[in-house]
Write a protein that binds this ligand. Structure first.
Ligand SMILES: [Zn+2]
Length: 295
């Protein structure tokens, strides 16, 4: 019976193979800027900074290095989600012609807009560590200006862990992360099989010992090729639902107003909490809460 069954299965798989060319696997790249090689201060990640133009080139080159590494391991359909600042930092005319790019804010899934169940892996380029990571380069979570940190089911999360949970909602595992040492190790705590490229050793919020952009790009390219070899064995990071959200605000008046939202209540002067259906719901909510006009 088992033998007969496997013959039938083998036959049907062969027929399928002849009839339909397998679609190339899909990889989702979310790119931030604070974790790009060489980026240490607002002089790089903000349009008013003297080195922003250069930082856009480094960021674009790291995205291209990731694409090259992914494609060294086989054909892939790629979506790049420009997730820093105004969502328009990647120089889109320097990417391969068959890549699609998510640009601009606001958008429902923020740093992961465009992700769905069809992707085989999520990749994080230029990510930084969380608000509560001492000495991380530009450590913050979602909004450096407004938030004091984000907890999901009681755990303080970085944007990397947050994005991993969003990908996990769609069954997509994290395959790779680049950034400073703290950013990479935070993601690898919840996705231990994910490959990483540490492109700088952080000294503090505005200082690091960094690799050169070319060396950072080489590490990313090599790391992605290794990561693609693990695709079958990576597990999505699925967090328990409903999700307990706790979010802290730098200004107590922001917490006060956030507690006006149905489903949120004040846990202390700076924090509000509530229980929500999934990461999609939380992501939309946090965008509204961080875009309130300053009092
Ligand atoms: Zn960020």
């Amino acid at each position: 019976m088992i033998a007969r069954l496997s013959v039938v299965v083998f036959f049907s798989l062969s027929v399928l193979h002849v009839q339909a060319q397998p679609r190339p696997r899909k990889v989702f790249i979310s790119a931030d800027m604070e974790g790009i090689t060489g980026v240490v201060q607002p002089a790089q990640p903000g349009p008013e900074g003297f080195e922003y133009g250069r930082a856009r080139e480094w960021m674009t080159a790291e995205v291209n290095a990731a694409i090259a590494g992914i494609r060294a391991a086989g054909a892939a359909e790629i979506v790049v989600c420009d997730s820093h600042g105004n969502g328009q930092s990647v120089l889109i005319d320097r990417l391969p012609d068959d890549v699609r790019i998510v640009r601009g804010f606001p958008r429902p899934l923020e740093m992961m807009q465009g992700i769905d169940e069809s992707f085989a892996a999520a990749v994080f380029i230029g990510y930084h560590a969380s608000e509560w990571s001492a000495n991380a380069v530009r450590g913050h979570t979602i909004s450096s200006a407004r938030l004091l940190g984000v907890k999901l089911n009681g755990m303080e999360v970085s944007e990397g862990i947050y994005s991993a949970a969003l990908a996990g909602q769609f069954g997509v595992p994290v395959a790779f992360v680049s950034g400073d040492r703290l950013a990479v190790t935070q993601v690898q705590r919840i996705a231990p099989a994910a490959e990483g490229a540490i492109v700088k050793e952080p000294y503090g919020y505005h200082a690091a010992m960094t690799l050169t952009p070319a060396r950072g790009q080489a590490l990313i390219r090599e790391g992605l090729s290794r990561a693609m070899g693990k695709l079958g064995s990576l597990q999505p990071y699925r967090i328990r639902t409903p999700i307990e959200l706790e979010v802290g605000f730098k200004l107590t008046i922001d917490a006060e107003r956030a507690a006006f939202v149905p489903g949120l209540s004040r846990s202390d002067a700076h924090n509000v909490k509530g229980s929500f259906k999934d990461m999609t719901e939380i992501t939309k909510l946090l965008q509204v809460l961080t875009s309130l006009e300053l009092p």
